[in-house]
Design a protein around this ligand. Structure first.
Ligand SMILES: [Zn+2]
Ligand SMILES: [Zn+2]
Length: 144
């Protein structure tokens, strides 16, 4: 399934003016295989052995290119590093407070919350983000 989405991403990049390089391919592949919402730093650490000349800035610039092409989503968390999500369909996240792992789950979009927020505040509401926090199964095991 991850490979299928990677193929689609590569196809859609072909239709843009984004040039495919071995680094770009490796970064995309990592993102689509991992499904772990990595930071630019995580990706850098995973690929630096393969591309010794690559810097974190290069990774970050490539992620920006992918984001502009609509292939990845950037999840920002205040001052801490952004995480990158290769799943661009609507979904929600549950986040482990111990290890920071982010796992996707699906739930019907809470559109009525957006409608209510717009109605109550007169904001022009564009989207929303909901995150559930807790302890992942791995971290629960380590505690016992
Ligand atoms: Zn955890
Ligand atoms: Zn996600």
């Amino acid at each position: 399934m991850a490979n299928h989405r990677l193929e689609e991403a590569l196809q859609s990049l072909k239709s843009t003016r984004v040039r495919m390089t071995p680094q770009r391919h490796a970064i995309l592949e990592f993102l689509f295989d991992a499904e772990s919402h990595p930071t630019a730093d995580d990706i850098y650490k995973a690929l630096e052995g393969k591309f010794p000349n690559m810097s974190v800035a290069t990774v970050y610039n490539n992620l920006r290119v992918f984001k502009e092409a609509g292939l990845v989503r950037e999840l920002t968390y205040g001052d801490s590093s952004s995480r990158f999500d290769s799943n661009t369909s609507d979904h929600y996240h549950v986040i482990c407070e111990d290890c920071g792992k982010i796992v996707d789950f699906h739930y019907p979009g809470l559109n009525e919350v957006e409608t209510l927020a717009a109605h109550v505040t007169d904001f022009n509401v564009k989207n929303h983000r909901m995150e559930i926090y807790g302890t992942c199964p791995d971290c629960q095991k380590h505690k016992h």
